[in-house]
Ligand binder design. Sequence first.
Ligand code: TYD
Length: 141
Amino acid sequence: MLDINNSIITDCKLITLPRIFSDTGSLTFAQNQEHIPFEIKRVYYLYDIPAGESRGGHVHKSLIQMVIAASGSFDIILKDGYNEKNIFLNQPDLGVLIPPGIWREIANFSSGGICLVLASELYHEGDYIRDYSDFTDFKQR
Ligand code: TYD
């Protein structure tokens, strides 16, 4: 797996998850290994985000994650210290896979937007870099 120093924006992948359509609505699922290339150890979600607020300005040293717009829409801004990419997510059957070492922010939540995150690690504050200049210093090493 890519390490924090070497990961770049193009290592972030858009993954289409299965969607079962029926007259009574849709169902999407994600299974370890088949759709998610890591074992999911933790799930969290961001919701009730006030208009204009952004979340998640940080990078992980070893955690891999998949970010899904479970409801509504938002932008994910990805940065590797050299390049950046903005992905507009608005489908519950689409996930963005983010390896360690990629700075990510989540912004422009629609009303009722829910950001679901599937994570490869338990919560551990020591795995975060929350200061952008610390991150760019790290990438240049
Ligand atoms: P934080 O990572 O700052 O959220 P964001 O980057 O989206 O703005 O997390 C907010 C608070 O929640 C912080 O005190 C840490 C805590 N937290 C947990 O206790 N467990 C978790 O799984 C997560 C993601 C956060």
